[in-house]
Design a protein around this ligand. Structure first.
Ligand code: ATR
Length: 271
């Protein structure tokens, strides 16, 4: 019996993860044979799970909530995106150990640029939230040269801490109720949608902006429907970001960039 190269996503919960479907589709497309599974790690058992996976010959791992910060500490080297984020979503075996990478921000940028035709260069960008999801993407967003990047969070102090960490003159922090219209792109990086809620910002902010939610499917609806109702120039959930961050991980592991649009179409069809 042939033993396939093993890859996996580790998280808690993990059963809902689309990563196995996405990577299986990439592998078929690129003529790669692999086994990609989901690993449910106990909340206090991430390190043991990862050590066991690699000890048994595992080749590469994706890491999802709530372990990305622990993965950052576990790896032996980090790429610049992971270093800025303080979080790792992809682990690559390296000559001397384990390289921790973060492909979330690249995935978001690629979805915006390639799939939606949105360039951030010289644009005014508003990012809502200041948790792990936002911290993971700020570095690449700034790298895309927006004229201004405003972070607004329900708890202002968390946004201040993030901005201080990055020390970039284009980065500003505003309170949700101090925001005024004029943003070209608005990204919701809060987890409000997971509770069927949305960040409390004035509807007039959405007019003419391209509005993106980093979560996908049903959970993105409260925010995106509000945006569309207030005249947003376009709206998108984060399914494309999910597929694009996976493609970046696949590229790191196999040196091949898979086509993402056919895979995105398969996922949209599944509903
Ligand atoms: P994640 O890893 O998903 O980013 P997190 O680190 O817990 O999770 O951060 C959740 C983010 O969503 C925070 O910015 C949080 O705001 P607070 O810092 O004020 O808690 C934001 N958030 C969650 N529910 C929200 C809601 N109903 N309205 C506005 N923001 C919300």
């Amino acid at each position: 019996m042939t033993v396939l190269d093993r890859y996996a996503v580790v998280g808690n919960p993990v059963a809902h993860s689309l990563s196995p479907i996405i990577h299986d589709a990439f592998a078929r497309q690129c003529g790669v044979t692999l086994e990609y599974s989901g690993i449910l790690a106990p909340l206090d058992g991430f390190e043991a799970c990862v050590a066991q996976f690699f000890g048994a010959g595992g080749c590469g791992l994706n890491v999802t909530v709530p372990f990305k910060e622990q993965a950052y500490l576990w790896v032996t080297e980090r790429d610049p995106y992971a270093s800025v984020a303080g979080a790792v979503n992809t682990i690559v075996r390296s000559t001397n150990g384990y390289l921790g990478c973060n492909t979330d921000g690249l995935g978001l940028l690629r979805d915006l640029r390639q799939n939606h035709g949105i360039s951030l260069e010289g644009r005014r960008l508003l990012v809502l939230g200041a948790g792990g999801a936002v911290r993971g993407v700020l570095g690449p967003l700034l790298g895309a040269n927006p004229a201004e990047l405003v972070i607004a969070n329900r708890t202002g102090a968390r946004a201040e801490v993030l901005a201080e960490r990055l020390e970039d003159p284009r980065l500003k922090v505003l309170a949700l109720d101090a925001l005024r219209p004029g943003y070209d792109v608005i990204v919701n990086g809060t987890s409000a949608g997971l509770e069927g809620e949305r960040p409390a910002i004035a509807g007039e902010l959405f007019g003419n902006a391209f509005v993106y939610d980093m979560v996908y499917g049903e959970n993105s609806r409260p925010f995106l429907e509000e945006a569309a109702a207030h005249g947003a120039a376009g709206v998108s959930d984060g399914l494309g970001m999910l597929v694009e961050q996976a493609a970046e991980a696949f590229l790191l592991w196999f040196g091949m960039r898979p086509e993402t649009l056919p895979v995105l179409a398969i996922l949209r069809e599944r509903g």
